[in-house]
Design a protein around this ligand. Structure first.
Ligand code: XCC
Ligand code: SF4
Length: 687
């Protein structure tokens, strides 16, 4: 290890010169995370004098006004700060910024700017995929090929692209490459077309589409809705929180049913639609005697190539020639989820473990693309032999030790080879200070709308019939989408795991994505066997019968669009109402932190889902605006926001909502009967 004592490249607060080191607090590993591997590595980091996000959270308090959502810095007369007095406000709320902006206006502007940030991130990722897809369809990127023509045929109709042709009265299949080209061109048009509305909106249940139409929030194109948020939140434009939220809603829908859904679909077409497979998760997947290459970020465009290159026999031979036993790829964040879902590449951790992967001393290279990458990974890499490689033109780092290899789909394989070789060449530079925690868990991942249909759909019906049937008969109480990040302001993975466990214990099946998926994998919840340990009797019976885990991993954060489509399939299969808002379902992000999470949360809400966030929400400083989101939104879209930091209460609120929906559907009785049946059955078996 290079000595961090020089302070070179180390976070300024943690120069471990004796004088300053003493003043800084370090995180208590047990309080920081529920995960043993994380605790071990945090102790290790502290021993080495390297600060991590957990320590920095101890030394920097959150801003009380910002957390309430009532700090405005949208012009040079601010920041204007409007904290809510501890005792609340009685009578008229006359707080205002210099321009007169009310707390509601400020909080709403901030909120929808977060939506803009999140929707932009997801959608720009989607655009990147669409551009690669177009270049593949034009035969300009020889290293990629379309992997899933079935998926291409399935989405073509939404773009008004014909899949058959009539010649002399006879219908024949069209050339798939022609279809690909047309779909690619039209898909790319979704970001900036000058007329009409997003094509995928019609995939939503009709009632939902009609609600959007009535409320005037049908997105026109993806980019425009995001730009319009930036315009409306500029000083002196939109100063009505309801009207601001209307635009926020429109942009969030453009993310969920637009940018994200396009990203998911086109990735499936290009790289294959996920089907269940086995893998592992947590830092213990790294191997001391292998070249460890960690991929981190969000886009699968580069990581797909890295997976392909790392599997090449000549690369394996090259690794052997350098004294390693092979190449161990592993992933962090949603790039990890992408290559997990399609290739079974194991995950070495969630968002909050990115620094720790390097602190193992065994990370020969970390390659990053976009989103959720700590700038501090460069400082940590500087303490070790680790090569940190940025690859995306829009995501670079200022530190000098960072290597930039700009990835381009036109020479994808070449770029990936350079990166993998760099990792292999660096194996020999490893120090003696390797410490990889042993913890890792087995997981079954790779679910999607199609895989759920296959496993739960009943073979001859080819629909969600069996799932619906089990919800109606009460074995499955309801469906929860539990997603999102880690947040250093709350104990790592605790919210994720407690919320999910409470849900499955109460027979609620969980669909997971993002870092929640990784957290559940680390905890062993993504195995069919976990059903017997953690589930209520009904869900357990279903999981055991069809052989699925009680928590189904649907992929990355753009794959939250899979949850929207799965919910739509449930509506279509019948018996559970006519809209997503009728379903006994709820959403959750127990440890959210990113703007993307706010965009996701809001498109869940706008799609009719009751959605609970943990940690905190920057709306609490504007009670009227908060009430609008938490209560009045339900009248507009059927879904609404909620906030609950306590994980068990958080899950119980979701369950209470699910039970209300069951009652409204008239299927609450069925569940009571089932419970009696199950109890009776237990008595029988124990007798
Ligand atoms: Fe990032 Fe997607 Fe959040 Fe995890 S869940 S911290 S956004 S990696 Ni997307
Ligand atoms: Fe203050 Fe208004 Fe400027 Fe915001 S826009 S910083 S509230 S003056």
């Amino acid at each position: 290890m290079k000595t961090p004592a020089t302070g070179e490249g180390i976070h300024p607060e943690t120069k471990t010169t004796a004088s300053s080191a003493k003043r800084l607090k370090v995180a208590d590993p047990i309080r920081a995370s529920i995960d043993e591997a994380t605790q071990t590595m945090l102790r290790r980091a502290q021993e080495l004098g390297i600060d991590t996000v957990f320590d920095r959270a101890e030394n920097m308090k959150q801003c009380n006004i910002g957390t309430q959502g009532t700090c405005c810095k949208n012009c040079g007369m601010g920041p204007c700060r409007l904290p809510l007095p501890k005792s609340g406000i009685e009578g008229e709320d006359d707080r205002k910024g210099l321009c007169g902006a009310s707390a509601n206006t400020i909080a709403a502007r901030n909120f929808i700017r977060m939506i803009a940030g999140g929707a932009a991130a997801h959608s720009d990722h989607g655009r990147g995929v669409a551009e690669v897809f177009l270049s593949v369809a034009r035969n300009e990127s020889a290293d990629y090929r379309i992997k899933d023509y079935n998926k291409l045929m399935a989405i073509a109709p939404y773009f008004d692209v014909a899949t058959t042709v009539s010649v002399d009265g006879e219908t024949t299949d069209r050339n798939p490459d022609e279809i690909a080209l047309e779909v690619a061109e039209k898909a790319l048009g979704e970001w900036g077309k000058s007329e009409g509305e997003l094509r995928y909106l019609k995939r939503a249940p009709t009632m939902l589409y009609e609600k959007w139409k009535k409320n005037g929030v049908l997105p026109r194109n993806i980019d425009r809705e995001i730009v319009e948020i930036m315009h409306r939140t500029h000083i002196g434009v939109d100063q009505d929180y309801k009207n601001l939220m209307k635009q926020g809603t429109r942009a969030a829908i453009a993310d969920g049913w637009g940018g994200s859904m396009l990203a998911t679909d086109l990735q499936d077409v290009l790289f294959g639609t996920p089907y269940p497979l086995q893998s592992e998760a947590n830092l213990g997947v790294m191997k001391a005697d292998h070249v460890n290459l960690v991929i981190h970020g969000h886009e699968p465009i580069l990581s797909e190539m890295i997976v392909a290159v790392a599997q090449k026999p000549e690369m394996h031979a090259y690794a052997l020639s350098k004294g390693a036993k092979g190449i161990q790829l592993s992933g962090i964040c949603c790039t990890a989820n992408e290559v997990l879902q399609r290739h079974g590449v194991p995950q070495c951790g969630t968002f909050l473990q990115q620094e720790l992967a390097i602190i193992t001393g065994a990370c020969d290279a970390m390659v990053v693309d976009i989103q959720c990458i700590f700038q501090n990974v460069a400082n940590v890499a500087n303490c070790f032999h680790t090569k940190l490689i940025t690859t995306h033109p829009i995501a670079r780092m200022e530190q000098e030790n960072v290597i930039h290899i700009e990835f381009d789909e036109h020479h994808a394989m070449e770029d990936a080879e350079r990166i993998v070789k760099m990792a292999i060449d660096n194996f020999a530079n490893r120090g003696s200070d390797v410490m990889i925690p042993k913890q890792k868990a087995i997981q079954i991942a790779g679910f999607g709308v199609e895989a759920i249909q296959y496993h739960l759909g009943g073979t001859f019906r080819g629909s969600y019939y069996t799932l619906n049937d089990n919800i109606i008969n009460g074995r499955i109480r309801g469906i929860a989408g539990v997603v999102g990040c880690n947040n250093a302001r709350t104990r790592h993975n605790e919210g994720h795991i407690e919320v999910v466990k409470e849900l499955i214990k109460n027979d609620v099946i969980v669909l997971t994505t993002g870092c929640n998926g990784i957290a559940c994998a680390m905890e062993g919840l993504l195995t069919p066997e976990s059903a017997a340990v953690f589930c209520g009797p009904g869900l357990r019976e279903v999981c055991e019968t069809v052989g699925i885990p009680p928590v189904l991993h649907l992929g990355s954060c753009v794959d939250n669009s899979r949850i929207l489509l799965a919910a739509t399939e449930v509506v279509k299969a019948g018996g559970l109402g006519r809209d997503i808002s009728d379903l006994p379902a709820a959403g959750s992000a127990p440890e959210w932190m990113s703007e993307k999470a706010i965009s996701i949360g809001h498109y869940f809400v706008a799609s009719g889902v009751y959605t609970v966030f943990g940690v905190g929400l920057p709306v609490t400083g504007a009670p009227v605006f908060q009430k609008y989101l938490f209560e009045e939104f339900e009248k507009l879209y059927g879904g609404m926001w909620d906030l609950e930091a306590d994980p068990v209460k958080h899950a119980r609120k979701m369950i209470a909502h699910i039970d209300r929906k069951r009652k409204a559907l008239g299927i609450d009785k069925a569940r009571e009967r089932t419970l009696v049946d199950m109890a009776a059955r237990r008595e029988l078996t124990s007798a």
